[in-house]
Design a protein around this ligand. Structure first.
Ligand code: PXL
Length: 277
């Protein structure tokens, strides 16, 4: 059985980070090992959340795994809370990288042109140094702009997106996957660039007229699950984009939908079905 180590916070209420990564990776038939970097009462879009930082547990936990000779098929970081945690992730990559595995970074820190409340521009810039050490990164356009010092635009053309991907790839990342790429009203999608084959690929699907929290984490977890299962990156992008869109569609049908995340749980049967195709 394949095994992913995912390292991010656990927001106890909020449908993001580990409460999304764990069930999705498990549903995809892949073992999910976790390293929680902090425990939050909720994600940071709520007011008055409380945090227990776990930065000082990263080394003892990973040392134990190393001593147990535990290996992972992929190392996956999501939301990280500090410069120190970014540095710890670089060490962890160096410790657990093998010939056969890969590192996957979702620089979860911004959306819709704005940084999440806990971050500033210096942090966003520093995140690019972790992306530089990753095999695969999955930023949205906002995150890519912050990391590459590019002006954020809501209207753009293909050359703007390709330029962003080339700048990301210049950090040193093999495969850059940019989410939330929309060239026309009514559709959105994902564009990737493989620096080894020099190939761009765009996958487009219907855009639903809302933006929900946590969908980036759903996309990342699904995309990585699909990759670890052996799909090509283009197939993985399709499955992840389709599942994320289905999560949004199902949520819109729910009259009592939560404001803070999507009903990804109700779309898990769709995901499993989609994988069987
Ligand atoms: O990736 C979203 C996310 C994860 N974790 C925490 C967050 C957010 C988004 O705001 O606050 C703690």
């Amino acid at each position: 059985m394949k095994k992913i180590l995912t390292i991010q916070d656990i927001s106890c209420v909020g449908k993001c980070s580990l409460t999304v990564a764990l069930p999705i990776i498990s549903a995809m038939g892949v073992e999910a090992a976790i390293l929680p970097t902090a425990v939050l009462s909720t994600h940071t879009m709520f007011q008055n959340f409380v945090v227990q930082d776990l930065t000082n547990q990263v080394k003892p936990f990973s040392n134990h795994w190393k001593n147990e000779n535990i290996v992972f098929d992929a190392l996956y970081t999501g939301y990280l809370g500090s410069f120190e945690q970014i540095d710890l992730m670089k060490e962890l990559f160096a410790t657990f990288k093998t010939q056969g595995n890969f590192t996957f970074v979702d620089p979860a820190m911004a959306d819709n042109g704005k940084l999440y409340p806990a971050f500033d521009e210096a942090f966003a810039k520093y995140m690019s140094t972790l992306c530089a050490q990753a095999d695969i990164i999955v930023p949205n356009i906002t995150e890519a702009c912050y990391m590459t010092g590019t002006e954020y635009k809501t209207e753009y053309d293909e050359s703007y997106v390709k330029d962003l991907l080339l700048k990301l790839s210049a950090l040193g990342t093999k495969l850059c996957i940019l989410t939330g790429v929309s060239f026309e009203e009514g559709s959105t999608g994902v564009m990737g660039y493989d620096s080894e084959t020099k190939e761009f690929y765009y996958y487009k699907h219907t855009k639903l007229p809302v933006s929900f929290h946590g969908t980036g984490d759903i996309f990342s977890s699904t995309c990585l699950g699909a990759l670890v299962r052996g799909m090509s990156w283009k197939e993985a992008v399709q499955v992840a984009a389709d599942y994320t869109a289905e999560c949004i569609r199902i949520t819109l049908e729910d009259p009592s939908k939560p404001w803070y995340g999507v009903n990804f749980e109700q779309a898990i049967p769709y995901l499993i079905h989609r994988l069987e195709k």
